[in-house]
Structures are given as C-alpha cells and as structure tokens.
Design a protein around this ligand. Structure first.
Ligand SMILES: [Zn+2]
Ligand SMILES: [Zn+2]
Length: 166
C-alpha cells in the first residue's frame, strides 16, 4: 500500500512539474507574441515615416520644377515635351471630370461670377445675376424656331410653320 501511495505521489510531482513547464512555455509564447506585435507596430510606423519623407522629396522637386518652368518655360517645354503633354491632358481630364460631377449634382456655373449654383434656381446666390443657364439648357433640350417659337425637331433646316431658316 505504501509503495502504491509513493508511486502516486511521484506521479503527482511529475504532473506538477509538467504544468510548470507548460506555464513557462505559455509565458514565453505570450512574450514572443507581444514582441512581434510591438515589431509590427514599429514597422507600420517606420513605413509611414518613410512615405512621409518620400512625399516631402516629391513636393520639393515639384516646387523646383514649377519655379524652373516659370523662369525658363521655352527651355522646359523643349527638354520635356512629353511631360507637358501629360500635364495638358490631365488638366483637360480634370476639367471634364469636374464638369461631369457638377452635372450629376444638378449644378451649373453662374454666367456672371462663375460660382456653382443649383441648376433650377432663378438667381445666383453670390452675385444675384439671373440664371440664364437654365434657359439655355431648356432651349437646348426643347429647341424652338427663333421667328415664330414653334417647336423644332433635331435635323430640321427650316421651320415647318413659318419657313424661317434655322
Ligand atoms: Zn454669380
Ligand atoms: Zn417658325
């Protein structure tokens, strides 16, 4: 009986030791995981700092470029014609995009001051000029004969009511 109890004791000792080992391992894994998280956070921070520094360089070069072009436009255009083409094309694209967005938002430009306004208001809220753009759009959508005001179909060369040339 005593032998059996001794044996059992020994087994429990072993289990205790094993549990200690597992605890140590878990602690170690936890520390490693924490260190990894810290490293990842530092990497993210460093990448951001790198991007910021690169952006600073690009901005400085852009400033140098703009100043150079201002001082020496002919030479700049001669040296880098393709870049000037890229700029012109991009500027045209931006204009088209802005105009399309304005159209989608139901806005037009005031014919007098250039401010954006709702397409269907009567007057510009900035300068008070009448919104003639609204009439222009209506006229373009529903053309009429300039002489008798009769409706005109697209592709017509003369008014079918009064014969006026269109
Ligand atoms: Zn205006
Ligand atoms: Zn007519």
């Amino acid at each position: 009986m005593k032998k059996i109890l001794d044996n059992l004791d020994g087994k429990f000792d072993n289990i205790g030791e094993k549990l200690d080992n597992i605890g140590e391992k878990l602690q170690k894994t936890g520390k490693e995981a924490m260190n990894k998280t810290k490293d990842l956070a530092e990497i993210a921070k460093l990448s951001l700092a790198e991007k910021k520094a690169k952006k600073k360089i690009l901005e400085a070069y852009a400033k140098i470029g703009r100043e150079y072009v201002k001082l020496n436009l002919d030479n700049a255009e001669r040296i880098m014609p393709e870049e000037f083409d890229v700029i012109s094309a991009a500027e045209a694209e931006i204009k088209t995009i802005i105009a399309r967005v304005r159209e989608l938002k139901g806005m037009v430009l005031c014919p007098k001051c250039g401010a954006e306004m709702d397409a269907d208001v009567a007057f510009c809220e900035k300068c008070g000029a009448p919104n003639t753009v609204k009439d222009d759009i209506a006229a373009a959508l529903n053309p009429v004969c300039p002489k008798c005001q009769a409706p005109v179909e697209p592709g017509q060369d003369a008014c079918v009511i009064c014969g006026a040339k269109l």
